[in-house]
Design a protein around this ligand. Structure first.
Ligand SMILES: [Ca+2]
Ligand SMILES: [Ca+2]
Length: 406
């Protein structure tokens, strides 16, 4: 009852203030409203966590947002079963107050959320306004967009702000992010090393068009403890930035990697000893580490981080960019970045380090052209192989970006 009265009172407040807000002149739009992550992938049994972020706000007294999503593909999970209807979870902005508007309509695909600083002090800075959990319903790309937003300061002036929505892609797989489809990641994590794709139980899913210059996984010569530089072509690796082509002719570019900065624990499938770490990073404050730390035992094994990327059919530019920090005491261990199809075939090798670059111990940059892969999907996979003797090998990766410009 108290809550209902509180809501009614707040609703009255907003009805009174809203018409006034439209009259206020605008200052420079520094504040930002966006979704984090902007893009993510889940399976049919999966769940997507989307945070509604507010950045660089000053003297925030009240905020109201309205979001739309595709109700055929995803639905909002109720975070407050005790309350009527479906609610999303409040964040840390104006956390001392109960939102006076918090409802999700899973039939209409709408989310309405608003909170005002009645008990809280006005908010300054950046933080999470609310968190939405979506459950998958059907495969497809569900855009999640802002259809209205209002920020108000303590003098009831409207705060100008930029707005960026996002999307949740539901893949037609039952596992959560995209992992179990790849036969290459099924084998046992123990010492003996089966060739990559041989242990696949269902070899059915052959890729649509056989790509050029593939290295079949059965070859994987560098897996054996023999010296590395076997006759693999190391295709068009452009380790140096190619600043020539700055596109963005029409519309904004999109960024397809989920959690490319490794600041969250979403997006990537980590295997072996791979883990998010604060030990090193290129962009604050975490990276992903593949391989062995100096205090860990020197045992053989692969460690990898991968996620599925689907490129659109046309683009003016498509680039893979990332930073890596290699450490190695053994020319016979290996560090890679691969593009791989569903059956574990390597489509391209944007990074393959050889001695002594494999022990560079400094952040290095890769800028790689993805235009040959338009219209198809692939696993973007970083991998380290340790042979279990000699020196140990590690690779840190950070700030991974796949930028596609229309
Ligand atoms: Ca980072
Ligand atoms: Ca070794």
């Amino acid at each position: 009852m108290v809550r209902r009265a509180h809501r009614a009172w707040m609703a009255a407040c907003i009805i009174v203030t809203m018409p006034l807000l439209a009259l206020w002149a605008h200052a420079a739009p520094a504040a930002r409203l966006w979704l984090e992550p902007s893009v993510q992938q889940i399976g049919l049994a999966g769940e997507a966590v989307v945070e509604v972020w507010l950045g660089d706000v000053v003297d925030l007294y009240g905020v109201e947002v309205h979001l739309q999503f595709d109700p055929a593909l995803v639905e909002v999970i109720d975070e407050d079963p005790a309350a009527a209807g479906v609610q999303i979870a409040p964040g840390n902005i104006l956390a001392g107050d109960v939102p006076f508007l918090n409802q999700a309509d899973n039939a209409a695909g709408q989310i309405d959320y608003a909170v005002m600083a009645v008990l809280s002090a006005p908010f300054n800075g950046s933080g999470v306004l609310a968190t939405i959990r979506f459950a998958a319903k059907a495969a497809g790309v569900a855009s999640v967009s802002f259809v209205g937003s209002q920020l108000v300061d303590s003098s009831a002036a409207s705060i100008p702000h930029s707005v960026i929505g996002g999307s949740v892609q539901v893949l037609a797989v039952t596992a959560t992010p995209t992992p179990s489809v790849s036969p290459s990641i099924t084998p046992t994590p123990t010492a003996t090393l089966p060739p990559k794709a041989t242990s696949t139980p269902t070899p059915t899913r052959t890729p649509t068009s056989t790509p050029t210059a593939t290295r079949t996984p059965t070859a994987t010569p560098s897996r054996t403890p023999t010296p590395t530089a076997t006759g693999s072509p190391t295709p068009s690796r452009t380790a140096t930035p190619t600043p020539s082509r700055t596109p963005t002719p029409s519309g904004p570019c999109s960024h397809l990697v989920v959690n490319g900065g490794f600041e969250y624990s979403t997006g990537w499938t980590l295997q072996g000893r791979a883990e998010y770490t604060t030990a090193r990073y290129h962009g604050c404050c975490r990276s992903v580490r593949l391989g062995i730390e100096w205090y860990e035992p020197n045992t053989s094994g692969w460690d990898s981080a991968q996620q599925w990327i689907s490129l659109p059919g046309s683009a003016s530019s498509a680039r893979l960019r990332f930073w890596y920090y290699p450490v190695s005491g053994d020319p016979n261990d290996s560090q890679y970045c691969w593009l791989m199809d569903l059956s574990g075939h390597v489509l391209a090798e944007p990074l393959r380090l050889t001695w002594p670059a494999s022990n560079g111990q400094a952040w290095a940059y890769v800028d790689y052209d993805l235009m040959p892969f338009l219209g198809r999907g692939f696993f973007l996979r970083f991998e380290v192989y340790n042979n279990g003797y000699g020196g140990i090998t590690t690779l840190y990766v950070d700030d991974v970006d796949v930028q596609v410009c229309p």
